[in-house]
Design a protein around this ligand. Structure first.
Ligand code: HAM
Length: 431
């Protein structure tokens, strides 16, 4: 039997890995400009952290967690998301004592036992930020702007920003009552899961993917109509900031999102180029999560984006993502006797910053040229006994076939200039 990657997972081969690196590096650089610093938390946590943090009635906790007992009998869960772990770290390391808000970014794999489909996986890769320790509406606008600016910077243009406010815990009972009054009479038309949701946490009725249930819930009372004055003001201020920076958004009263920790602002960015799984990023405020986890009062907001979906959106819109591997030079040893000289020259090229490769399979000269071509080398550098005794190597431009003998001493610098000229011609001189 041949093994395959488990259902809902995939291997990231180099071509894709390079694109991901481009997307990740672009994210890191803009996150830093906005004042975020890196944090990493473990890939698994105590199950209770997610059960309490995300909410017992959510689909994630009810049916999507990878939970197991470790050899010490502890209940462990592979993280389905990054926010609860980061709040755990904030509490554990008393980050509240640092200047607030504490701004952190993270990336890594998340795990959810979902039904796999295009854009939905069981192990997927998120990039995210959390800004913790402030309830200032300006921060909400800044966080939403950061997500949108990042998407734009990597080539996503056709996107919709959806915005909602979930209000505060004091607003919840009134709203839940109204929702119950509405949905209570329609349960017969809804699925069995929704009947459970209705009993456990009616807000989760918004998560159902069943078309009939969605139809019913689309006319439900809107949480936004049940906000207290403070939450209304907060929402108005967030909108004021977004208008000020001319960030277009749509109010989406059904944007409750699949995690229980949200309070006030929630948002999601959808690509117009993807199918059902079109949410490329989303987030919101979670002003009560720290206290829920036994920590201090700590209002906070953040987002996470899915790298797989982002890649799909960028490729659908712009065709390609930069980051293809480019080999500057393949060093060819003309015979066995000069292998070590070729080895030395390869290292010298690399020390000059060139992407350099040589032969490790004792290929013939013809075989090495073929390998250089298959790898797309821009140049080949021939090292042979005659060249060596003349103190030169022969450098061939693989595209034009033009070749020159270049003093060995100066070869790295010479080649580096030639490669730089190529980049310049393509308008990528800083690459
Ligand atoms: P989320 O909406 O569950 O939020 O996930 C964020 C993003 O991760 C989604 O918009 C989507 O792009 C991607 N994603 C989610 N599930 C999958 C999946 N099964 N396969 C592929 N991509 C997926 C959160 O996780 C919150 N922690 C975000 C947040 C941060 N809220 C506040 N701070």
């Amino acid at each position: 039997m041949l093994f395959k990657a488990p259902k809902g997972t995939y291997d990231v081969l180099p071509e894709r890995g390079e694109k991901w690196e481009f997307l990740e590096e672009a994210a890191r650089s803009i996150f830093k400009i906005y004042g975020y610093r890196p944090i990493e938390t473990p890939a698994f946590e105590a199950t209770q952290l997610f059960a309490r943090g995300i909410g017992e009635a959510t689909d994630i906790v009810q049916k999507e967690m990878y939970t197991f007992a470790d050899k010490g009998g502890r209940s462990i869960t592979l993280r389905p998301e990054g926010t609860a772990p980061i709040v755990r770290a904030y509490i554990e390391h008393a980050l509240g004592q640092r200047p607030q808000p504490v701004k952190l970014y993270y990336s890594g794999p998340m795990f959810r036992y979902e039904r796999p489909q295009a854009g939905r996986y069981r192990q997927f890769y998120q990039l995210g930020v959390e800004a913790m320790g402030s309830d200032d509406p300006a921060l909400d606008a800044e966080v939403i702007l950061l997500l949108v600016e990042y998407f734009k910077s990597v080539g996503v243009k056709d996107m919709d920003v959806l915005l909602n406010s979930m209000g505060c815990p004091a607003d919840r009972p009134k709203y839940v009552e109204a929702l119950k009054a509405y949905a209570g009479t329609k349960l017969d038309a809804m699925c069995a899961d929704c009947a459970k949701r209705f009993a456990l946490n009616p807000l989760r009725l918004f998560d159902c993917k069943n078309p009939t249930c969605r139809d019913v819930i689309s006319s439900a009372p809107k949480v936004i109509d049940y906000l207290c004055e403070e939450c209304r003001d907060h929402f108005e201020e967030v909108r004021g900031y977004l208008d000020r920076i001319e960030l277009a958004y749509k109010i989406e009263p059904k944007l409750v999102r699949g995690l229980d920790y949200y309070t006030r602002t929630t948002f999601e960015v959808q690509s117009r180029h993807l199918g059902a799984q079109n949410a490329i990023g989303g987030g919101g405020r979670y002003d009560g999560l720290s206290e829920e986890l036994g920590g201090p009062k700590m209002p906070a907001i953040g987002f996470a984006l899915g790298l797989e979906r982002l890649q799909m959106a960028v490729e659908a819109e712009s065709g390609t993502i930069p980051g293809d591997f480019e080999l500057d030079v393949f060093v060819i040893a003309v015979d066995e006797g000069v292998k070590k000289d070729a080895f030395d020259l390869t290292l010298r090229f690399r020390r000059e910053g060139l992407v350099a490769e040589s032969d490790f399979l004792n290929r013939s000269v013809k075989g090495q040229i073929k390998a250089a071509n298959r790898l797309g080398a821009k140049f080949a550098a021939f090292v042979g006994p005659e060249e060596l005794s003349a103190g030169v190597c022969r450098i061939r431009n693989m595209a034009t076939g033009v070749q020159e003998d270049v003093e060995l001493e100066k070869a790295p610098e010479y080649l580096s200039d030639r490669v730089f000229e190529e980049y310049e011609e393509r308008g990528e001189a800083d690459g």
